[in-house]
Design a protein around this ligand. Structure first.
Ligand SMILES: Cc1cc2nc3c(=O)[nH]c(=O)nc-3n(C[C@H](O)[C@H](O)[C@H](O)COP(=O)(O)OP(=O)(O)OC[C@H]3O[C@@H](n4cnc5c(N)ncnc54)[C@H](O)[C@@H]3O)c2cc1C
Length: 480
């Protein structure tokens, strides 16, 4: 397993084409807008070597018969699903942001069972590739979301808005198009391309799942802008060490050799993949986001102490409410994992209803926690001068009595960072759209709920059903 230092060194070996603010970046690891997100991924590697967190971060892979970072591991039993949530929460609390490896983890598990359903050839190719990922402890960019363009049109009507196979050669396929919102793309070793939605007959060119190095010829990445991203690396950053990252990834006729093409045109397996990924990833939000919320609650708590209001009943109640909302999400993620079921491929799936309820709450509850944090922090969270003003030899002392000390200022910056600064992208907006916008969860809930079972219960109790229930049968048998 890589250490954090080995991870950083491995990133420097890539020949990545990355643009930031209109300029090609020579070495992403050293770019001030990229580095905080590299640090957040590095935390996933470091925790595997720290005796205090090793148990959370490391699992045993039966594929390579060796310890692996949990982010490369298959969900071999229910405990693996739950352990993922605990690891994610610890990482979310350590970094206060998105640590970017969950899409890859959830994607590789979904692909494991989808390729198994597709057949032994596809599964064999995938497992051979996965063994390499585990051995090298690689960071994967999970690339699902297509630009889509006009959402009312099917992919063949707007092919340029979807990643697709444009050529099939004897030794591989050629991909063209783009994937958007790609978390951690510029910090990854490989891109795991997957279809972003279930597809229909005639849409086979879009049903492609494959892996390629991030620096494969024809791949170009463009870093997304975040609010206040110019502050990264400086004293006003809010989160002084860590950050998130999202990129547009362009594929301009990228060749992928056959051994790394896992699905090509298998519509059923592609549907399985999308469905399984959605379940895994929606439960994941019950791990990472509660960890982020721990940080926000902690910052709000500290500020109320600084302000001398911590003991006021409404303040205590607001902190309790923030905790209640946070644990609701975490509980749902754990419940979705704990109610998992075994797939015949040999990996465990989460409970789809609870996973979707979890993510659906994530599209709402953190917004309320942010609102309460802004309430408790006071208006200075939005109007405070720069930390440089506080550090100014003449201005500083005068400002200190107005703004409070540097500790208070840095806490205010942290709340600002998470609420509407650069941290709000991989926190709040990710809560809304990551793993699917709210309606996507409601669609699954409608489709997955066993409405007839509920109807049957109501019929039985209302006396519409003549059949005796379990108690009546028991009493009848006893009477006989
Ligand atoms: C911070 C962040 C990180 C992300 N990380 C990743 C990542 O690592 N990998 C990845 O693949 N994706 C990632 N995503 C993408 C995420 O999965 C998508 O944002 C999400 O699926 C919504 O897609 P969209 O952004 O295109 O919005 P849209 O799909 O356009 O949704 C916007 C609104 O339009 C509605 N809508 C959409 N289509 C229809 C329709 N046909 N009819 C009626 N209403 C419709 C939606 O319900 C929603 O209300 C990330 C997103 C964010 C914000």
């Amino acid at each position: 397993m890589k250490t954090a230092a080995a991870y950083l060194a491995s990133l420097r070996e890539r020949d990545l084409v990355l643009y930031v603010d209109g300029e090609r970046v020579a070495e992403p690891v050293d770019h001030p807008k990229v580095r905080p997100s590299v640090n957040a991924v590095a935390a996933t590697y470091a925790m595997a070597h720290d005796p205090a967190t090793r148990a959370l971060a490391v699992a045993h892979s039966d594929l390579i018969d060796a310890p692996v970072n949990r982010f490369c591991h298959l969900f071999r039993d229910e405990a693996d699903l739950t352990a993922k949530l605990h690891f994610q929460r610890a990482l979310g609390a350590l970094t206060g942001t998105c640590f970017q490896r969950c899409v890859g983890l959830d994607g590789l598990n979904a692909l494991f069972l989808a390729t198994w359903e597709s057949g032994p050839d596809a599964h064999g190719r995938f497992v051979a590739w996965l063994k390499g990922v585990q051995t090298r402890d690689e960071m994967l960019c999970g690339a699902m979301t297509d630009p889509k363009g006009d959402r009312s049109k099917r992919p063949p009507e707007v092919p340029e808005s979807y990643l697709r196979v444009v050529e099939r050669r004897p030794d591989g396929v050629v991909l063209r198009g783009a994937k958007v919102h790609q978390t951690g793309a510029a910090n990854a070793h490989q891109i795991l391309v997957m279809p972003g939605q279930a597809l229909r007959e005639g849409e086979e060119d879009f049903a492609v799942a494959a892996a390629l190095p991030v620096d494969a010829p024809g791949v170009t990445m463009v870093l997304g802008r975040q609010p206040s991203d110019e502050r990264k690396g400086g004293p006003d950053a809010g989160n002084l060490r860590y950050g998130g990252q999202e990129c547009v990834v362009l594929f301009e006729d990228v060749f992928v050799p056959s051994e790394r093409v896992f699905l090509d045109g298998d519509l059923d397996a592609a549907a399985t993949l999308v469905d399984a990924f959605a379940g895994y990833h929606r439960a994941s939000y019950g791990g990472c986001k509660p960890g982020n919320l721990d940080v926000l609650i902690g910052a709000a708590d500290l500020l109320t102490r600084e302000h001398g209001i911590r003991k006021a009943s409404h303040v205590r109640d607001k902190l309790v409410e923030m905790t209640h909302l946070t644990e609701t999400i975490h509980g749902l993620g754990l419940a979705a994992s704990g109610k998992g079921t075994r797939h015949d491929a040999g990996v465990w799936k989460v409970d789809p209803i609870l996973a979707n309820v979890c993510k659906h709450h994530v599209t709402k509850l953190p917004y309320e926690v942010v609102r309460l944090a802004e309430d408790l922090a006071g208006g200075m969270v939005a109007t405070m001068p720069s930390i440089a003003d506080l550090d100014h030899p003449e201005l500083g002392p005068a400002l200190e009595t107005v703004v409070g000390g540097r500790d208070r200022a840095q806490l205010l910056r942290l709340v600002e960072y998470m609420s509407y600064g650069s941290g709000a992208v991989p926190f709040r907006i990710e809560c809304m759209h990551g793993a699917g916008s709210p309606q996507a969860q409601r669609i699954v809930l409608e489709r997955t709920t066993d409405w007839e079972a509920k109807v049957a219960r109501a019929r039985a109790l209302a006396g519409l059903d003549r059949r005796p229930d379990v108690v009546a049968r028991d009493l009848e048998e006893a009477a006989e």
